[in-house]
Design a protein around this ligand. Structure first.
Ligand code: MG
Length: 326
């Protein structure tokens, strides 16, 4: 069935759409009340984040916009040391979109929310004129335990820089799909609960964490440098990159430092805890390729020791990267 403007009317067609697709995919006591707002248990300190997802294509190797819309928001909560609890979903659907696609996306969202331990507590749908697209906004709420203070400004000289796995996978997947290139590259879109909560449970001295999304590792490290006033020295030979993505970047002349992921993070950790942190991440789901890639320094900006023995300044991404990657 195709979505029509009537599905956005707020009347009978809207409630049928909600019943047949969204309620079928997501049901829990809070959501099922269908009240004007969700009333849920709270906590003293909470983390809140919101993000909109407009990725094209909506379905890609290894994931889809539904999974992505949960992972992106959950990971942003985790990066502050919050335990993700609640998520909302607002769909903007263009006329002509297929309800089969919508069903798959809602189901994928539901599965990913289960995996990430978040309860979907409220949602909205709007239908607009357009070209059959589907867009999702999610807002997430997480609980921050007493004493947890993880933020970019906390990086200190001597800290170790850990990357949780192979760089560029999501970016290369989306670009391959848009260019009609078929290869084995899969999106890494994933919720990082296990590795992050593992670090916190084990009292690792985590000073800062950032998920590596649009703009890539180069942009994230430059942001960490600006926020903390410290520099970053990283080693090119320690960067985890799959052979397939490495080859893909070489052919297209792409810089892996500016390629985005959707299930990877960089953690800035007290040097004394770095090896233990690496082991925790490596033994967690989605962390098997984690590496220590460098150190926080007294300088400013981001410098890379290159494979051929030189030094290169790594800037943030300037201008337009690949649009609609998430
Ligand atoms: Mg983020």
């Amino acid at each position: 069935m195709k979505i029509t403007m009537a599905h956005g009317s707020g009347g009978k067609s809207t409630s049928e759409l909600i019943d047949n697709i969204f309620k079928k995919a997501n049901s829990n006591p809070v959501l099922d009340m269908m009240e004007d707002s969700a009333v849920v248990d709270g906590f003293k300190t909470i983390a809140i984040t919101t993000d909109s997802f407009v990725v094209t294509p909506m379905f890609f190797n290894g994931g889809d916009i539904g999974r992505l819309s949960v992972c992106g928001t959950v990971n942003d909560l985790l990066m502050r040391g919050a335990v993700p609890k609640y998520i909302t979903s607002a769909y903007i659907i263009e006329e002509g979109a297929d309800t089969d696609d919508l069903e798959k996306i809602a189901e994928s969202m539901s599965q990913t929310a289960k995996e990430a331990g978040v309860t979907l507590v409220c949602g909205d749908t709007k239908v607009i004129e357009g070209k059959c697209g589907i867009y999702i906004n999610t807002t997430g709420v997480g609980f921050v335990e007493n004493g947890i203070d993880i933020k970019s400004a906390n990086c200190k000289a001597g800290d170790k820089v850990i990357v949780s796995g192979n760089l560029g996978d999501h970016h290369a997947t989306i670009l391959s799909s848009r260019m009609g290139i078929s290869n084995s590259i899969k999106s890494d879109n994933a919720p990082l609960n296990e590795m992050v909560l593992g670090l916190i449970k084990n009292n690792i001295g985590v000073h800062a964490m950032r998920d590596i999304t649009r703009g890539g590792l180069g942009t994230v490290l430059n942001e960490l440098s600006s926020a903390s006033g410290y520099g970053f020295l990283i080693n090119e030979e320690d960067l985890p990159v799959s052979e397939a993505v490495k080859g893909f970047c070489e052919i297209l002349g792409l810089n892996i430092m500016h390629m985005g992921n959707e299930g990877k993070m960089v953690a800035i950790v007290d040097s004394e805890d770095a090896n233990k942190a690496l082991q925790i991440i490596k033994s967690s789901k989605y962390g098997e390729n984690a590496r220590i890639i460098g150190t926080v320094t007294d300088d400013n900006g981001v410098i890379m020791n290159t494979k051929i023995g030189g030094k290169r300044i790594i800037t943030e991404l300037f201008g337009e990267g690949l649009p609609r990657i998430c």
